[in-house]
Design a protein. Structure first.
Length: 363
């Protein structure tokens, strides 16, 4: 069985790594890896391949950045000839980025089975490009692998037949558990002069937060307050850096003497930074899950989450972008108020194995 797995953007790489490993170890699966090139900077892509031991992609489509329509269309144009030449038995896509839906559409229109890993997540916010990508990819997938119960519930409500849907756990958590010891050896805290449990880690990259100067300015109010309490480490996504570039907001950030604005970090350094933080503030999807397994308090600077289990049982709180609300939640965390976080079912490091097993039975 020949399976083409697709990775395009940074959050895909930690999901693809354990799948490639499980496929290589499974009799009867002939894996192939396609990188769409949606992310292309050394620190957004190659570094992750090296650190996570992901095999060199068989093909790199080299698509790069563009508007949503351009990026999606370029991936489709470049991926179609690959599928025609290779004639795989299945195409596997992960997550919710533009590369996910683009390659998914190419596969099903060529009559190739489509497998979606991290299916069924819903923020119910159609202004998020990822929500559109999730809904559409799930609608055309043959096999749907979910990380949490809400995914199954959402897919059932949307009419997916039970025999197509599997709760298997979380491949991104497979990667985290596998790399935790290695990350512990990272020297990032020493490099930045940070003490375990004595700083906040921040990431921001959602268009709704960083493309809108009003919202971004409110979030800077929060960072101003937090950095008066403790140092902030802020590895900055290229989108965020570009938006700040030369603006009045950049000046405000530079004036925060206790905030360290960093280039994007590699996987191991970032895992170390997250796991040793007193608190994490983020608008990322994946970081809500990673802090859950690490039991590090996380404030999600969004109005909603597609990963409700992280807030129901994990260490995550959805706090929006109003500074007062965020700082109230922040103070609760600092005061040690809140419940003891739990680990969601099946987040045990074996999700990729389960997926490989189902694929050998079903394709
Ligand atoms: C994409 C995903 C988002 C994911 C995020 C993680 C979509 C719709 N969005 O958003 O779901 O959470 O990745 O990073 O697919 N850039 C670089 N170097 C790179 C890549 C991008 O400088 O290697 C810059 C470019 O200026 C580009 C901008 O970042 O225009 C945005 O990149 P893009 O791939 O369009 O979306 P992300 O914001 O990264």
């Amino acid at each position: 069985m020949r399976i083409i797995s697709v990775a395009g953007a940074r959050p895909n790489f930690m999901k693809i790594a354990p799948l490639m490993e499980a496929f290589a170890a499974t009799d009867g699966i002939e894996p192939m890896l396609v990188h769409t090139g949606q992310h292309y900077d050394e620190r957004m892509s190659d570094l992750f391949f090296r650190q996570l031991g992901i095999p060199e992609p068989d093909v790199n489509l080299g698509v790069g950045s563009g508007s949503h329509a351009v990026q999606t269309a370029e991936v489709m144009k470049a991926f179609e000839p690959v599928v025609l030449a290779e004639r795989p038995d299945a195409v596997l896509v992960v997550g919710d980025v533009n590369s996910t839906i683009a390659c998914g559409m190419v596969a099903v229109k060529l009559g190739v089975k489509l497998v979606h890993v991290e299916a069924g997540l819903r923020s119910f916010d159609r202004t998020m490009p990822e929500e559109i990508n999730r809904v559409l990819t799930d609608a055309i997938s043959d096999l749907l692998f979910c990380t949490e119960q809400s995914g199954l519930d959402n897919l059932r409500r949307e009419g997916a037949a039970d025999e197509r849907v599997f709760l298997v756990g979380n491949v991104m958590i497979d990667t985290l558990l596998k790399n935790r010891a290695k990350a512990d050896a990272s020297g990032i805290l020493d490099q930045l002069g940070l003490a375990t449990g004595g700083y906040a880690a921040v990431t921001l990259h959602r268009p709704a937060n960083v493309d809108n100067p009003e919202v971004l300015s409110r979030l800077l109010d929060v960072l101003e307050a937090v950095q008066r309490d403790m140092p902030i480490a802020f590895p900055m996504h290229p989108r965020t850096r570009k938006n700040l570039g030369g603006s009045a907001l950049a000046g405000r950030m530079e004036a925060m003497t206790n905030l360290k604005a960093l280039d994007p970090l590699g996987y191991l350094d970032f895992l170390k930074l997250m796991s040793s933080a007193r608190i994490v503030l983020t608008d990322s999807g994946g970081i809500q899950e990673e802090t859950t397994i690490l039991k590090v308090p996380c404030l999600t600077l969004r109005e909603n989450t597609e990963r409700p289990v992280t807030a129901e049982v994990g260490s995550n709180r959805i706090v929006g972008t109003d500074p007062e609300n965020i700082l109230a939640a922040y103070r609760e965390v600092m005061d040690g108020r809140g419940r003891e976080p739990q680990i969601p079912p099946l987040w045990d490091g074996r999700a990729a194995e389960r997926i490989a097993q189902v694929l050998t039975e079903r394709i």
